[in-house]
Structure formats: C-alpha cells, structure tokens
Design a protein around this ligand. Structure first.
Ligand code: GDP
Ligand code: MG
Length: 221
C-alpha cells in the first residue's frame, strides 16, 4: 500500500535537494521475525466413487472448498454406485480443492480427484507435483479403491490408505482390509472419519510423514 499522489514539495524546493539517505533498516530486535510464507505442499485425496473424498476436503479446508459437484442424473444409474448407505445425490466432475495451514512453515493444498475410473485420464495431471496422497476407502466397497491404490503404486508416490468409518463402523477390521487390498507393510493404513476435522488432520499428518520419510531417503541416496 502506498500513497497515491506524490507529497507536496517542501517550501524551500528552490534550494539544493537534501542528500540521499537510504531508508532506515527495520530494527531486528528480539521477537521480530521476517515473515516467510509457508512452504506449499500438494496432497491428493483419491479413492473410489462416494467414499468421502469431497467430505474429507470440506471438513478440513480453511477456505470454502472449491468443488465441482454436479447433480447425478439417471444416466449414472448402474454406472455410478455410491453404495447403499449413502444419501449421495451429487458427484465431483472435475476435482475438489481446499487448503489448510499446518503451521507457520507448511501449508497443504488438497486436490480431491474425481472417483469414477472414466476420469482416470485426469489423475496424471492432478498428481504432477504432489508429494503424497490419501486414498479414501469405504470398508464396505473395497473394490472401488483398487484403481487408486494401483495408480499410486505405479506412480511411486507415497500414499496412505484412510478407511472412512461410515457411522463409526468398519465392515472389516484393518488387518483384513490390508490383506484384501494387498498393500505392502510400508503403506500406512489408518481409520478416520471424513466428517471430522481433527480426524482428517491426523490422517493427513500420516501422509506428510510418509512424504517426508521418502524425501529424506531420496536425499540420502
Ligand atoms: N454416515 C457417513 N456419511 C458419510 C461419511 N463420509 C461421507 N459421507 C456421505 O457419503 C456421501 C459421499 O461422500 P462424498 O464426500 O461426496 O464422496 P466422494 O464421491 O468420494 O467425493 C455423501 O452423501 C456424504 O455426506 C461418513 O463418514 N459417514
Ligand atoms: Mg466428490
């Protein structure tokens, strides 16, 4: 912010101008820090259709999440199945976007992928520059998350599987889910609630941990 107009000339403008003096440096006393903007980190929120990706981004985002939801139409019957327990009537057609500041040094930018496999062509673009992913899973419909698990395994991107406990219940326990998904021991598997901000935050912190772990290993290699 600056002044819109130049200050009026001093009354003695006709005399020689005063010698140039550089602007006084701001005193760097104790307690003064230069504000460094937080490091932006891109994280994907992926998974099948109707598993809670949009809900996850919406629960934690500190900006009103940008979603591209559209009403589902009868054309989707038999193609897009949100599961019996869901009252879902809309679907994400491109992506969800939200962000959350973790602390002064770190800000996460969350990109929710569209769930339907027919939008798979967008995943490569969305994954560009991402440091990690949370693959959201509905324990009653494990099949739906295979494409996402495959994608991140092939892409070599660190990911965490987050089982969204619809109504606080899991259809199978975590070890059975790990076995069914055939994910390696190095892939963290956590239970969370997509509607609960703190629960989503904890799941995202596990993703960050994985991403950091991977970055440190790469730096050492
Ligand atoms: N009961 C319950 N409903 C949920 C939960 N997570 C999402 N939902 C609902 O399930 C439906 C699908 O969620 P949504 O986030 O749109 O799924 P997406 O397709 O993965 O983006 C919506 O109607 C949500 O309100 C949950 O943890 N418990
Ligand atoms: Mg969605």
């Amino acid at each position: 912010m600056g002044r819109a107009t130049a200050p009026p000339p001093p009354p003695h403008a006709a005399t020689a101008p005063p010698p140039y003096r550089p602007p006084a440096a701001t005193p760097a006393g104790p307690g003064t820090h230069r504000a460094t903007p937080p490091i932006p980190v891109k994280i994907l929120v992926a998974g099948g259709f109707g598993v809670g990706k949009t809900t996850t981004v919406g629960s934690i985002s500190e900006i009103a999440p940008l979603t591209t939801e559209a009403e589902m139409t009868t054309a989707g019957i038999g193609v897009d199945d949100p599961g019996q327990r869901s009252g879902k009537t809309t679907t994400t057609v491109a992506m969800d976007f939200g962000c959350v500041t973790i602390d002064r040094s770190l800000k996460l930018y969350l990109f929710g992928t569209p769930g339907q496999t027919r939008f798979g062509f967008m995943w490569d673009d969305l994954a560009r520059g991402a440091l990690g992913a949370l693959v959201v899973v509905d324990s009653a419909r494990l099949d739906d998350c295979y494409p996402a698990v495959d994608f991140f395994e092939r892409a070599g991107l660190p990911f965490v599987v987050g089982v969204n406990a619809f109504d606080g219940r899991l259809a199978h326990d975590l070890s059975a889910i790990r076995w069914a998904l055939a994910i390696g021991e190095h892939v963290p598997l956590v239970q969370f609630d997509a509607r609960d901000r703190l629960s989503v935050r904890d799941a995202l912190l596990v993703v960050l941990d994985r991403a950091l772990d991977r970055a440190t290993r790469e730096k050492r290699a």
